[in-house]
Design a protein around this ligand. Sequence first.
Ligand SMILES: Nc1nc2c(ncn2[C@@H]2O[C@H](COP(=O)(O)OP(=O)(O)O)[C@@H](O)[C@H]2O)c(=O)[nH]1
Ligand SMILES: [Mg+2]
Length: 223
Amino acid sequence: MTGRKSPAGPTGRSETAPPFFPPAIESKAPFGSIPVHFPGSFPNPRVRLDPVLPEIVLLGRSNVGKSSLLNALFGRRLARVSNTPGRTALINVFQLPGFYLLDLPGYGFAKVSHKERERYQALVRGIIQSRSTLTGVLWLLDLRHDPTADDQVHADLLAARQLPVLVALTKADKLPYGQQQRRLKELTRSLALPPEQVQLTSSTTGLGIPELAESLLALVEAR
Ligand SMILES: Nc1nc2c(ncn2[C@@H]2O[C@H](COP(=O)(O)OP(=O)(O)O)[C@@H](O)[C@H]2O)c(=O)[nH]1
Ligand SMILES: [Mg+2]
């Protein structure tokens, strides 16, 4: 421990964050054995990340199960940094070997102020419209609910940029098998996505987690 402070980047780092998440010990999580680095949280959608790597952005309403899904994929609590109130308009960047995950705060949370909502929308619009390094999107939707107006805003942004999208339908364990299959079909149709881009998942049972990990890697490699 030298006690030396790391210098703020060009856009200013928001906090003293854990710089590195070591691999999970004896984890069954598909990304459990890979090291994850946390370059920081950034307010600027155009922030330059060094090195330049493909990027995948994570989107979903608050409470959709994003933190739980990340935990299931990585076997570690990566997402706690995104959960602190008052951080509604920051990108949390996780660096993996070969790509970045850009984690955004959950949207659609009723309690945020109008101003915070606008800041979030400017951030997500900026990321989706302006980042040439963005290779794809992992979008989380609760299997039990139809997309909301907030979800639709995101769907429109994604459609305009024509980015490859993976949809993780979360909390599948909350429905019996027959209803899972029915909702999967309904949502795939209403989202107008090819079936291979929509995955049933459960962070509780592990359903779909290995498949999701494969699809994420394929999204990065497709670049
Ligand atoms: N049954 C079930 N509950 C889940 C699942 N994923 C998340 N949850 C619960 O849903 C709530 C919100 O989850 P969280 O991961 O914090 O959502 P976030 O706000 O999107 O990060 C918590 O109570 C979780 O325990 C799941 O796959 N199955
Ligand atoms: Mg969360």
